[in-house]
Design a protein around this ligand. Structure first.
Ligand SMILES: Nc1nc2c(c(=O)[nH]1)N[C@H]1C(S)=C(S)[C@@H](COP(=O)(O)OP(=O)(O)OC[C@H]3O[C@@H](n4cnc5c(=O)[nH]c(N)nc54)[C@H](O)[C@@H]3O)O[C@H]1N2
Ligand SMILES: Nc1nc2c(c(=O)[nH]1)N[C@H]1C(S)=C(S)[C@@H](COP(=O)(O)OP(=O)(O)OC[C@H]3O[C@@H](n4cnc5c(=O)[nH]c(N)nc54)[C@H](O)[C@@H]3O)O[C@H]1N2
Ligand SMILES: [Mo]
Length: 764
């Protein structure tokens, strides 16, 4: 069994890093991907429907669309790739599965698996069989129901969700799971912004960001921490470009000089593509991996120095007094730290940090954006809380042009949480479910992602279902997770495309193919639309227009409803058919149970949708004390031994999470190979390594050695003793036993590793 991409290397080609993101190459690349997968006519139609009021929401990311005005083409290179990937005309049909055994498919690379196409019919892998075979939908649901009803307890089943699932499907799914009797609802958020949700809910009373898109146009300073928007949220660059034109200054905090952060040419304004582009970043703080708490503390200390020199000009004392709690304790704690020691931990030159402090000192409209470089650490929650500390000192929250901006990944990951996908059931929501549907939902917390893996490995859970996603490849500790999944009696995946989680399976496995974002969804009452929530809390419609790739696909809501009927039978109190005949009925149920959805069906039909309520945005902090909280956080502890490095796992420009679009990380100048490790040249010299040498990587946690073999060394401008590898190739090294404090998020951006020359012989 193979749990990750084949270890073979094509000839890697290293070129210069690109200095400016986007421009003409981005247009050419979008066209190549879309036309290549679906043809010119269909491709052009598709591209003009992305992110339009009456079109479909781009499955690429959760960056918001302009509220009022949309251009004809409201997407980016990587959005176009995401669409092409789903809308491909290549099909994985029953003949494909007859032709290729599971064992054979498991030897394919992730790239080859992804490129095989869209799944067209429900498939089953029976116990002991070597090939998937077709199964009728009704039989598939019956088989699942038998397995579920045979479990000793509902808590032996796990129901995962990936963040592309619509509000409607997500709400029905959690309703079914809770009526079945468990809160085992792990989701990709557990690996993504869980540290954010925890840190923000605790300090400002809402686990989501506070800014709107327009705030970017008014901001005076935007700080971008641990995020690579040029690749992962390219449409954000447009907002940053407008901000810059309006006089905003940008500070980037990142171990890598990421291309999109530094300069940008708008791909949809070709005349601009010929010029030098807009310089985005004014101050680049090249922080060492996990040096952010030290950096934020240093910045706050420098702000206090400036405030002492000119009292009342730097901090917002009125805001601190009226709206917050814990300021004095924070200042007393900051006093304990030596500034030079903090600065040394960041590995950033002191002048740069002073420069950033000067910029922050005399401006009030500050937005801080962040993503995985902040959350995926043992102290991910502390990172988030320190960000909040800085904003609170400046009174930079809940006013135009200022606030928190965690940038979400999956296009509906925020909405899924809003409508109830969470392993913790909020008591108010549980009460509403009881009132509206007349059943007692379970109260105890269920398993999150890490707990789920452990429960399956320990035999406490025996049934796994994934609503989208690729659990095996996305989660930490790939080999351990593989064994965990293989111990299950049944694994089921609702998917659009083939992925590795279909190939590393339980005793019986099912693949249930569903409609994608781009496809038309017809139910008994006619054509349906779905709804999603973006990173700024706007709920809006999404509607595909394309003919489905196969007549055998069901929509995600329909799959959940049929499974619920088969499993719960007479036990259920929900009219599942009514819900799926017309999705307005699902939205009615959301309106009845989730705050902020008043008049949902009408308001979501308005162009652009509506904003959900957001206390922090109004300076109403719904914490226990009603005030925003300053918090005291420890510094990160990484005492690296002489032979140890701190590894972050990042995305290339040519992937969507575990889906590999291609083998080129164009902006970073790395081509044809993904098994690479980015390293500082001086570290290479010290270790006697040459460019493109082959090394093995090891991590040691809790007495277990984990190995990822045969990676090519790439010299790169990264801080000393830090290295970078790609996700998911390096996930085998991420321990499932050490997650973030409080949020239990895997530590994919701080794995302590050692290296050795590769034990595998180089290919001829
Ligand atoms: N094209 C494309 N778009 C995507 C995705 C995709 O895979 N492809 N994935 C989607 C999803 S689910 C998500 S969550 C987002 C992810 O979006 P990002 O968070 O931008 O993704 P990563 O590649 O994980 O990049 C993290 C960035 O953090 C930096 N970093 C790492 N460690 C640290 C640190 O300790 N401190 C600081 N300050 N920086 C650090 C890295 O150098 C890198 O630039 O993108 C979404 N959009
Ligand atoms: N080491 C490391 N690990 C990480 C990360 C990291 O930075 N480093 N990032 C983490 C993050 S931020 C995230 S969000 C997770 C991502 O974890 P997941 O969300 O589980 O993974 P994806 O790769 O996004 O899932 C892709 C699969 O979703 C299915 N799919 C696509 N569209 C649809 C659809 O419309 N409906 C359905 N039902 N299925 C669909 C396809 O079959 C595809 O193969 O990974 C996490 N893992
Ligand atoms: Mo994510």
């Amino acid at each position: 069994m193979s749990t990750s991409s084949a270890d073979q290397h094509a000839k890697v080609i290293l070129t210069h890093r690109t200095k400016v993101a986007s421009g003409i190459p981005a247009i050419l690349n979008s066209a190549k991907h879309v036309y290549g997968e679906v043809g010119v006519v269909e491709g052009t139609k598709l591209m003009t429907q992305i992110n339009q009021f009456d079109g479909f929401d781009c499955p690429g990311c959760a960056w918001p669309d302009p509220d009022d005005h949309r251009s004809v083409v409201e997407f980016c290179e990587n959005g176009a790739k995401a669409v092409a990937e789903e809308a491909t005309t290549t099909r994985v049909d029953p003949a494909f599965f007859r032709h290729h055994s599971v064992a054979e498919l498991a030897t394919w690379s992730d790239y080859e698996i992804g490129k095989s196409g869209r799944i067209t019919e429900p498939m089953v892998l029976r116990e002991g069989a070597t090939h998937y075979e077709s199964i009728a939908w009704a039989d598939a649901f019956r088989l699942m129901a038998e397995h579920l009803n045979r479990l000793a307890s509902p808590d032996e089943a796990i129901f995962y969700t990936s963040g592309r699932t619509s509000n409607e499907a997500a709400f029905l799914y959690q309703l079914f799971v809770r009526q079945f009797g468990t809160n085992n609802l792990p989701d990709c958020s557990n690996m993504c912004h869980e540290s954010t949700s925890f840190g923000l809910a605790e300090t400002v009373g809402i686990g989501k960001g506070s800014v709107k898109l327009e705030d970017f146009y008014e901001a005076e300073v935007i700080m971008i921490m641990g995020q690579n928007p040029g690749t992962n949220h390219p449409r954000m660059l447009t907002a940053l470009q407008i901000a810059k034109r309006n006089g905003c200054r940008i500070i980037a905090v990142n171990p890598l000089p990421e291309t999109g952060l530094l300069a940008f040419k708008h791909p949809q304004h070709p005349w601009e593509s010929l010029g030098p582009g807009t310089t985005l970043t004014d101050i680049f703080l090249q922080v060492r991996v996990n040096g952010d708490v030290a950096l934020l503390k240093a910045l706050m200390k420098l702000l206090l120095v400036r405030e002492a020199a000119a009292p009342g000009t730097v901090l917002d004392h009125a805001f601190i007094r009226e709206k917050t709690q814990g300021y004095d304790a924070l200042v007393a704690d900051l006093d304990r730290y030596d500034l030079d020691a903090l600065i040394a931990q960041t590995s950033i030159p002191r002048e740069k940090i002073e420069e950033a402090a000067d910029l922050l000192a005399h401006r009030q409209k500050i937005i801080i954006c962040w993503a995985m470089g902040v959350t995926q650490h043992r102290n991910g929650v502390d990172n988030v809380r320190e960000i909040v500390n800085l904003l609170l000192m400046k009174g930079s929250i809940g006013k135009p042009g200022a606030g928190t901006c965690p940038v979400r990944g999956h296009s509906n990951v925020q909405g899924d949480r809003t409508v109830g996908i969470w392993e913790k059931l909020k008591p108010e929501f549980g009460q509403k479910l009881k009132e509206v549907f007349g059943f007692d939902p379970p109260a105890e917390n269920g398993y999150d992602v890490v707990n789920s893996i452990q429960a399956m490995a320990e035999g406490k859970a025996k049934f796994f279902m994934g609503m989208g996603g690729n659990f095996l490849s996305a989660t930490p500790d790939t080999d351990y997770t593989a064994r965990a999944l293989e111990q299950c009696d049944m694994t089921v995946h609702v998917s659009t495309k083939l992925n590795r989680s279909h190939l590393v399976h339980g005793k019986t496995a099912l693949i249930l193919p569903c409609l994608g974002r781009t496809e038309r969804d017809r139910q008994a009452s006619g054509k349906q639309f779905l709804t999603v929530e973006n990173s700024t809390g706007v709920v809006h419609q999404t509607q595909g227009g394309k003919d489905p790739i196969s007549e055998h696909l069901l929509s995600e809501p329909k799959i959940v409803a049929e499974l619920a009927k088969a499993t719960l039978g007479a036990r259920t109190t929900v009219d599942w058919d009514a819900m799926t005949v017309n999705y307005d009925r699902i939205r009615d149920a959301i309106e009845q149970t989730v705050p902020g959805f008043d008049d949902y069906n009408r308001r979501v039909r308005q162009p652009g949708g509506f904003y959900l309520p957001n206390g922090a945005r109004e300076q109403e902090f719904k914490t226990t004390s009603g005030k925003a909280l300053f918090t005291i956080n420890a510094l990160a502890e990484h005492h690296l031994q002489a032979d140890e490095f701190l590894m972050m796992t990042i995305r290339s420009h040519d992937q969507y999470n575990t889906t590999i679009y291609g083998l080129h990380d164009r902006y970073r100048g790395i081509h044809y190979d993904r098994r690479v490790v980015l390293m500082h040249e001086d570290d290479m010299t010290e270790l006697g390594l040459q460019k493109e040498d082959r090394i093995d990587l090891f991590s040691h946690y809790d007495g277990v050695e984990r190995a990822a073999r045969s990676f090519l060394v790439v010299p790169y401008p990264i801080p000393r003793r830090c290295v970078a590898t790609y996700f998911p190739e390096a996930n085998v090294l991420v321990p499932h036993t050490r997650s973030a404090r409080h949020s239990n998020q895997p530590v994919s951006k701080s794995v302590v590793i050692t290296l050795q020359p590769s034990s595998e012989k180089a290919e001829a």
